[in-house]
Design a protein around this ligand. Structure first.
Ligand SMILES: *[C@@H]1O[C@H](CO)[C@@H](O)[C@H](O)[C@H]1NC(C)=O
Ligand SMILES: *[C@@H]1O[C@H](CO)[C@@H](O)[C@H](O)[C@H]1NC(C)=O
Ligand SMILES: *[C@@H]1O[C@H](CO)[C@@H](O)[C@H](O)[C@H]1NC(C)=O
Ligand SMILES: *[C@@H]1O[C@H](CO)[C@@H](O)[C@H](O)[C@H]1NC(C)=O
Length: 252
């Protein structure tokens, strides 16, 4: 009996060591070289919580273009508004998928300004801001700033968000966190008569993706995500339990 206890303790110990080794290896992931060209993907990866935006930057080739611009001798400067993963899961589901590849590029470019804007410069910029998505003259890619004290809001005509954090800044690049995806009128503008809001209390979903309206729009992706996480958790516990059982039966 004592032997059995010792053995299962030993296996538990091994499991713990393994887990500890796993997490510490993650924590000690190779530090990015401090010098070298600016790498937007690396900056956002380091900041965490921007996986969807990173994926879109890559799939639209915008990440490469940003890095090339910042590594060129042209002195091109950029300001990037980076929506969090929560911002993307706050979109009506299907909103992204209903966009063509070209529209996805426009959506990402709408989050990029061809100029460096420091936090204090937001107070004095003139509206509308020019974005990489194109000319704001027709109002379709309009992005306006309003400030009050240190608070900076961005308004697209579809939604409004607050610049909530500075992620990175150097002489040529400023990256700010925003908690909503900036939805340009050109892609998400509502038709004249707004559709009745789907009954989803408390969720700030733009009534925009009317073109993609349908049963799929009622699927809550964040809930699905949660439950799959929970399932993962259960699976992990089962595995650990199984290992302990195996340890015990080995000892018998
Ligand atoms: C930028 O960083 C990402 C992730 O760290 C890496 O995969 C990519 O190769 C880097 N790009 C360049 C041009 O160094
Ligand atoms: C940055 O620019 C230098 C000089 O033009 C070039 O040699 C280097 O390959 C570039 N690096 C990246 C990651 O584009
Ligand atoms: C910014 O937006 C928030 C929330 O929509 C609002 O309460 C606040 O008054 C706005 N501030 C400015 C300066 O527009
Ligand atoms: C942005 O500001 C310009 C100039 O003040 C104004 O004409 C335009 O309607 C504004 N657009 C939005 C979406 O607020």
């Amino acid at each position: 009996m004592q032997q059995l206890n010792l053995l299962s303790l030993y296996f538990l110990f091994l499991l713990t060591i393994q887990q500890w080794a796993g997490t510490s290896a993650q924590a000690q992931a190779p530090a990015p070289a401090p010098s070298g060209p600016t790498n937007i993907t690396q900056i956002l990866e380091k900041a965490g919580q921007f996986t969807t935006f990173i994926r879109l930057l890559k799939s639209t080739q915008e990440a490469d273009q940003i890095n090339t611009m910042l590594n060129s001798s042209s002195n091109q400067a950029l300001t990037i508004f980076s929506p969090t993963d929560n911002a993307f899961s706050g979109l009506a589901s299907g909103a992204l998928n209903s966009l063509s590849d070209q529209q996805k590029i426009q959506l990402i470019q709408f989050h990029i300004l061809p100029a460096f804007i420091s936090t204090s410069q937001f107070q004095t910029v003139s509206n509308p801001l020019r974005t990489q998505a194109g000319n704001a003259d027709d109002g379709k890619f309009s992005l306006n700033v309003s400030t009050s004290g240190n608070q900076v809001n961005l308004t697209t005509g579809v939604d409004t968000t607050t610049v909530s954090n500075t992620i990175y800044t150097d002489k040529r690049l400023a990256v700010y966190q925003v908690d909503k995806v900036l939805l340009p009128l050109a892609l998400f503008g509502t038709p004249a008569s707004p559709a009745p809001a789907p009954s989803k209390p408390g969720k700030d979903v733009p009534t925009s993706s009317d073109s993609s309206a349908g049963s799929s729009d009622t699927v809550d992706t964040s809930a699905a995500h949660d439950s799959s996480l929970r399932r993962l958790g259960v699976a992990t516990r089962v595995t650990v339990g199984g290992a302990i059982l195996a340890a015990i039966s080995l000892a018998l």
